[in-house]
Design a protein around this ligand. Sequence first.
Ligand code: 2P0
Length: 354
Amino acid sequence: SELEKWVLMVTARTPTNIAVIKYWGKRDETLILPINDSISVTLDPSHLCTTTTVSVSPTFDHDRMWLNGKEISLQGGRFQSCLREIRARAQDVEDKKKGIKIKKEDWQKLHLHIASYNNFPTAAGLASSAAGLACLVFSLAKLMNLKEDNSQLSAIARQGSGSACRSLYGGFVKWDMGKEDNGSDSLAVQLADEKHWDELVIIIAVVSARQKETSSTSGMRDTVVTSALIEHRAKEVVPKRIVQMEDAIQKRDFPSFARLAYRDSNQFHAVCLDTYPPIFYMNDTSHRIISCVEKWNRAEETPQVAYTFDAGPNAVMIARDRKTAALLLQRLLYNFPPQSDTDLDSYIIGDKSI
Ligand code: 2P0
C-alpha cells in the first residue's frame, strides 16, 4: 500500500582524526582492544571527512552499503558487529509529519541502505576508516534514536575500526585502552574541545594517494607477534607520554606537544621496522620532509612545527600558528613542489575543529 512506501533518512558528516600518541597493537582482535592508550586531534570537516546517509524503508529487503558510489559488502565481521550493537540499542522512532511510527523491536526486521562518501583518498594512510566507521555509527544512532552518549557510541565505533572511536568527538581526544576483557571501558573521552587551542594549523603533504601496501590491521598483528620493542613501547614509553601529552594540551605548551608528537611518530615507525617482515610506511620523500622540519626546528629556539606519519608516507604537520603555517608552506612548496619528481601530489590545509 501507499503507506508502506516511506523512507526515513539521516545524514551526518564526520572528520578524520590524526593520532599524536599512536595506537599500534591489539590485545583482542575481535573486540578491537588496544595495548596502549592513544591521543588524537580531530580535523575540521572541510577537507578530510566522510559524509554518510543512512536510510530505512519497509521496501528494502536486505542491508546494503555504497562507498563513493560503489556497492561494497556488509558481510565483514566488523560491520556486522557495529550493526548488531546499534540495533540492540534502537529505540521507538516517530515522525508525525510523515505519519511514520517504528517500534524498537521493528528495527530487527527493517533493512538499511547506507551511502558513504570520503572527500579524500581511501586507504592511503589518511585514516579513512576512522571517519567512515565513526560516521556510520553516529548516523545510525541518530536514525534509531539511541540514548547512548558519544563515549558509549565510541565503544561501538571501536569495533568497526580502532581509530574510529576517536572521531566521535572534536578537539583533542583520548582513547582509553580500558581494563575490562569485554571492552566496555575501552572508549574515547574528549580532553579539550575544538576551541581550546585554535591557533594550531594542520598541513598535510600528500606524498602519495596510492593505496598502502600493508593494512594497519595485519601490520599491527605482525608487530605484536614479532617485535621485541613493542612491549617496551606499550608498557613503559606510552603511559608516560600520555600523561605528558595531556598536560601539554591543557597548557597549550607547543614545544612539549611537538616533541612528544614527533618522537612518538618516530617510535611507531621504528617499531614497524622492528616487525618481521619489516613494514615501511614512510618513503624517501617522507624522510626528506622530516629532515626539512627538523632542520628548521633546530635553527629556532623552540619547535615551530610538529610532524607525525601514520600507516602511509603522507606527512601531517602541525604549525603553532597561522604565521608559522604560512612559512612552513613556503618552505615546503620550495623544497617539494607538487607534481614534480619528488612524488608529492598536493597539500591539504585545515584547522583543528569539528
Ligand atoms: C592511530 N593508526 O593511532 C594509528 C597510528 C595508524 C598509525 O589507528 O585494525 O585503521 O581498524 O583497529 O584503526 C590505523 O589503524 O586499525 C591506526 P584497526 P586502524 O591512528
